[in-house]
Design a protein. Structure first.
Length: 89
């Protein structure tokens, strides 16, 4: 992806990325071209999502986040903003 395309790429963070609706939504958005962060409370449960992302060369990255822990939420948001400069979705 060229620099201009990367700058225009929307950045999404979808909670619950290791299963269910969060898992499906993360894959859908990544397949549509969004750079997608797929947080999960237990990052070890994201291995199948990571495997699909690698196999399909999707712009998707699992990260650790526990929505019940304010410091975890803050750390995850700071990580995304540090890497991508913003969160669009």
């Amino acid at each position: 992806m060229g620099t201009n395309q990367a700058n225009n790429q929307k950045v999404a963070i979808i909670t619950g990325g290791s299963s269910g609706i969060g898992y499906a939504t993360s894959l859908l958005l990544a397949r549509k071209g969004f750079y997608t962060y797929a947080p999960a409370r237990n990052i070890d449960k994201s291995s199948s999502l990571q495997s699909i992302a690698e196999a399909e060369r999707l712009p998707l990255r699992p990260i650790q986040l526990d929505v019940t822990d304010d410091s975890s939420v803050k750390a995850a948001v700071e990580e995304v903003v540090s890497e991508k400069g913003r969160i669009d979705i």
